[in-house]
Write a protein that binds this ligand. Sequence first.
Ligand code: HEC
Length: 145
Amino acid sequence: MPANQYGFQHGIDIMKKLTLAVAMLLTTLGLQASTEQEADAIAKRIAPVGQVYVAGAAAATEAVAAGPRSGEQVYQSACFACHGTGALDAPKPNSEAWKPRLAQGFDVLLKHSIEGFNNMPAMGTCTTCSEDEIAAAIRFMTDGV
Ligand code: HEC
């Protein structure tokens, strides 16, 4: 088989996986927002943005200085779509599935989260996250293991 044919097939496989991941993400977000509790949580998360908009420049400075998001916040907003549901076989928080992964050492987990690893997308889809925030989210998912 010529090399370019393989490359094409590989490209299609990746597209399929990505499409599936995005579809699952959207489905999960849809389900998530449909419960009242989640709607509350979402309202709380976007609240600071609304306040900044209303209160003007002084508040905007405060919001920027508010500091990093907690591991739980990052998990809820970015990682939950797969890790909360087990989509694409993502290990669920505080499950046994983390044991062999933790055995690799935290640095490997962090590296895989930042760069991506098989179906695990780079930065866990949190494009605005710092590496510290990603590390906090990993700790949140693995603390009880
Ligand atoms: C699109 C789905 C998806 C999202 C969103 C996602 N993950 Fe993952 N993640 C996966 C899958 C699937 C695996 C298992 C990959 C494998 O082992 O082949 C995984 C594995 C991991 C691992 C283990 C890597 C290893 O070396 O064993 C860590 C750590 C991780 N994810 C962290 C995160 C964090 C932190 C976030 C949120 C910021 C996140 N993930 C968001 C799908 C996702």
